[in-house]
Write a protein that binds this ligand. Structure first.
Ligand code: ZN
Ligand code: ZN
Length: 143
């Protein structure tokens, strides 16, 4: 599909089909922002080694009207805090997401952080049950 989109941030023409970690996005040559179609935020998250369970949970917090317009339909987009982090993204419910320059890297960092956090929680649980097991064994089979 041929299309030329205009950057919602600085109004330069977006360059179509720039590859980023294997997904094809529209990139602004001037402000380095990126336009992701609706399913491409999922794909971006999936570029970080993780399972669907680790990427589950609410993505949009604190929604409010954005001053940016959707490059496809021209309607005001919605700003939100990505996964309740201090990272503001913009979304058009019908078309996709706008990420300012560098925000795509932040999205990947947050997913990586989340995966590490869940792994840590799993470790804590495992050492707790080892600890309890140790208590139960103590006295009878001291080594
Ligand atoms: Zn731009
Ligand atoms: Zn739209």
């Amino acid at each position: 599909m041929e299309r030329t989109l205009t950057c919602p941030r600085c109004h330069a023409d977006l360059l179509a089909e720039q590859e980023y970690h294997g997904i094809v996005v529209d990139r602004c040559p001037s402000c380095e922002g990126r336009w992701l179609d609706s399913d491409e935020l999922d794909q971006l998250e999936a570029t970080v080694a993780s399972t669907p369970a680790e990427r589950r949970a609410t993505i949009r917090y604190g929604e409010r009207r954005s001053e940016l317009l959707c490059p496809i339909c021209g309607k005001a987009m919605t700003s939100f805090n990505y996964r309740a982090y201090n990272l503001e993204l913009d979304v058009c419910d019908d078309h996709g997401y706008w990420l300012d320059g560098g925000e795509e890297g932040r999205v990947r960092e947050i997913i990586a952080e989340r995966v590490r956090g869940l792994a840590r929680a799993g470790d804590a649980e495992a050492s707790w049950s080892r600890f309890l097991g140790g208590l139960r064994r103590r006295g009878s089979s001291r080594r």
